[in-house]
Design a protein around this ligand. Structure first.
Ligand SMILES: Cc1cc2nc3c(=O)[nH]c(=O)nc-3n(C[C@H](O)[C@H](O)[C@H](O)COP(=O)(O)O)c2cc1C
Ligand SMILES: CCCCC(=O)C(=O)O
Length: 370
């Protein structure tokens, strides 16, 4: 995609180019990179390029409605912000600015457990809906404390990421000896738990080493009962790619799932997120909302995922590009732009309501389905 160096910022790709000029090269690799050969990272984006749309005509598209509600909260857009760690790596205000931008756009913001601003400061600054993301840390006392703080601060749901019992082998980070700079910390977790994230070294990623030390790799479906007992907030699992696991999620009484391969950062060679979406939606059969992330870069991408049955789509890297390029205004601008593209695509496909979006809008086969 080409872009003028100056001039209006029209697309997510424009924010990406602007961000590249201002972000430290090692941080850029951390953001942009995926696991190993980055095949799944590439597949996520390529999957959208295989899809073409079947527009219907002569429907009244004078009003297009992108509003959606989830767990009793209303959002102006079905395009939200996925959990990503350490926003202060790219902006001094970090997650506070992201929350302001997402809230201004009426979008959901899922705050990473590795946020670099406190949950309370983010909540105070946020005019919109927030969820808290968790990794299953070995220290259950730390988890229980985070869950209590999230509820107290008004977070509306918990999102547990289940595709990262250990962190993917991200060659870029390993080659860079990537570590989190001393000025950026995961302030919501004990410094003692987080100390190793600051210690890089040749051939090693400090983040991966930290996860190996602090994540509980023994966790199974049975442990979800412990989480359920900690909170009355909805619990959403992120990182489901198969019908088998979707059915287990329903059986274990979770409240929602996110179809995701972690933006190609975990299992290299995993199925493209879009290709996994139809089988998961079909397996869930409407029992709970299915969300989606991975490779969404345009409104038409969001439309495709929504048409396959996603209730909401999340963006991972693009909000970081926008935050780096323009702070809170950048994040709001990105979400408003992408939502505008979605609304435009809904009008031009003759489907002015989200409820009108179904698989008849897709002409190419995705994940073995239409
Ligand atoms: C820099 C970065 C940090 C991330 N941190 C987290 C995290 O803390 N927890 C998590 O579940 N996913 C994390 N992710 C994955 C995103 O939530 C999301 O699944 C992925 O980025 C979506 O793909 P996309 O970047 O193509 O939109 C991270 C992704 C990036 C790029
Ligand atoms: C230790 C976890 C780092 C955040 C993460 O999940 C990612 O980089 O994808």
């Amino acid at each position: 995609m080409t872009r003028p160096r100056t001039g209006p910022v029209l697309t997510a790709s424009d924010y990406q180019h602007l961000a590249r000029d201002v972000v430290d090269p090692d941080v850029w690799d951390f953001i942009e990179g995926g696991a190993e050969s980055e095949r799944t990272l590439a597949a996520n984006v390529a999957a959208f390029d295989r899809v073409r749309l079947r527009p219907r005509v002569l429907t009244d598209v004078s009003t297009v409605d992108t509003a959606v509600s989830l767990f009793g909260a209303d959002f102006a857009t079905p395009i939200g912000v996925a959990p990503t760690a350490y926003h202060r790596l790219v902006d001094a205000e970090g997650e506070v600015a992201t929350a302001q931008g997402a809230g201004a756009a009426g979008a959901l913001f899922v705050v990473s457990v590795f946020a670099s601003r406190t949950l309370e400061d983010i909540a105070k600054a946020s005019p919109g809906g927030l969820w808290l993301h968790l990794y299953w840390l070995s220290r259950r006392d730390v988890l229980a404390d985070l869950i209590r703080r999230a509820a107290d601060a008004g977070y509306q749901a918990l999102l547990l990421t289940v595709d990262a019992p250990r962190i993917g082998r991200r060659w870029r980070d390993m080659r860079n000896g990537f570590a989190i700079g001393a000025d950026v910390t995961a302030v919501n977790i004990d410094e003692a738990v987080m100390a190793s994230t600051h210690r890089g070294g040749t051939g090693r990623s400090a983040i991966a080493e930290h996860a190996a030390q602090s994540f509980d790799q023994t966790v199974t479906w049975a442990d979800l009962a412990w989480l359920r007992a900690q909170t009355s907030l909805p619990i959403v699992l992120k990182g489901i790619l198969t019908a088998e696991d979707a059915i287990l999620a329903v059986e274990h009484g979770v409240d929602g799932i996110v179809v995701s391969n972690h933006g190609g950062r975990q299992l290299d060679g995993a199925v493209a997120a879009l290709d996994a979406l139809p089988e998961v939606v079909d397996a869930v059969g409407g029992a709970m909302p299915v969300l989606f992330d991975g490779g969404v870069r345009r409104g038409t991408d969001a439309l495709v995922a929504l048409a396959l049955g996603a209730r909401m789509v999340l963006l991972g890297r693009p909000p970081l590009w926008a935050l780096a390029a323009g702070g809170a205004d950048g994040v709001a601008g990105l979400l408003e732009t992408t939502t505008g593209e979605l609304a435009h695509a809904m009008a031009l496909t003759g489907r002015p309501r989200l409820a009108d979006l179904d698989r008849t809008v897709l002409s190419f086969r995705v994940g073995g389905e239409r």
